[in-house]
Ligand binder design. Sequence first.
Ligand SMILES: NC(=O)c1ccc[n+]([C@@H]2O[C@H](COP(=O)([O-])OP(=O)(O)OC[C@H]3O[C@@H](n4cnc5c(N)ncnc54)[C@H](O)[C@@H]3O)[C@@H](O)[C@H]2O)c1
Ligand SMILES: O=C(O)C(=O)C[C@]1(C(=O)O)C=C[C@@H](O)C=C1
Length: 371
Amino acid sequence: MTGNVTIIGLGLIGGSLGLALKRGGDGIHITGFDRSYATADEAYRRGIIDTVAPSVKAACENADFIIFATPVNTTVALMEEAAEWTLKDGVIISDTGSTKNPIMRTAKVLIDKGVTFIGGHPMAGSHKSGIAAAKGHLFENAYYILTPSSNERAEQLDRLSGLLKPTKGKIVVLDAAEHDRMTAIVSHFPHIIASSLVGRLADQEKQQPFVKNLAAGGFRDLTRIASADPTMWRDITIQNRSELLDQLNGWLLEMESIRAMIVENNPDQIYDFFADAKKFRDHLPSTFEGAIQGALYMTFDLHIDIPDHPGVISEITKILADEQISITNIRIVETRTDVYGILVVSFQTADDRKAARAILSKATEYSMHIL
Ligand SMILES: NC(=O)c1ccc[n+]([C@@H]2O[C@H](COP(=O)([O-])OP(=O)(O)OC[C@H]3O[C@@H](n4cnc5c(N)ncnc54)[C@H](O)[C@@H]3O)[C@@H](O)[C@H]2O)c1
Ligand SMILES: O=C(O)C(=O)C[C@]1(C(=O)O)C=C[C@@H](O)C=C1
């Protein structure tokens, strides 16, 4: 594939997309624009983009493909402006936003002017934002959703899919409304729950100052995403309001029935509640080793029993760095009952975890577990 690609917004997703597209070969020239000059400059220095544009309009003038990777309310505003810009004939515009309905409604202003707009949403990300967190392999094996309008021809969809091939994402075409309904279920509403659980902890900590020290693996796993960028999630919540209200109403009913179950205190009923959830969770497409990243983002954790002496963590990270195995997270589970603790190292892929386990078993005597 050859052509001029413009990425507007060079944070986690725009930066990762730039890195991924660069894998497609030298035929792609990437121009980048970010409202933060420091970000655009870093993208240039890291080789993520070839040119830094002086303005959003100038960035788009000569583009064959334009991809907005800004928070979704900003994307809507920029799309409205774009209807007034001079654009190249045949340009395809897309985005990476987590919502699709309002974006596809706004796309009408472009489509009416004969410009192709195909919505996009890679279902992979992180609670970390900004260019520093960008990674070329972020979208590998993740679903990459496209939402063309009914006007778009198969040829345009093929061109965009061709451009996105180096991301190694799994392209899937969905209707925008269907997209927003499903992402409300697996992404947007769970995010609200995670943030509200953290809010409950913050409130109750006032009476129980020690409680946050007991927030171990379970609470941390469940609420990792609450550390994400508030602007991004404000925009998503505003744009997917009606689906979120539906989810909330369903959740309130569910909580009523959970309350009734706890009041009733019937062991069989309580067991079934947990057993049903476990059975479903265990069979999600992405919960076993070697599985592709499914609709849920997942990490691949390796639990390492480590002795309590200084320097042990840097010993492990050095071994992995020397082998060029990247880690996505590292934490100590503070459930130490004797001289051993548990270090949980997370990897992006099952292969990385496998390689890490192999090298660490050669280089150390620590026992390791995959749960
Ligand atoms: N973070 C995720 O997990 C994730 C996953 C998939 C899709 N998305 C979507 O991708 C988009 C980008 O998210 P992100 O995580 O990369 O956010 P981010 O905060 O890491 O990056 C956004 C970038 O856009 C820039 N920006 C903001 N307003 C701008 C403007 N007016 N003009 C130019 N640049 C501007 C910011 O400076 C920043 O560098 C959002 O629409 C989000 O919904 C996010
Ligand atoms: O893994 C995370 O941290 C994410 O929040 C990623 C996640 C998700 O909910 O799965 C968040 C929003 C995006 O639109 C897509 C992916």
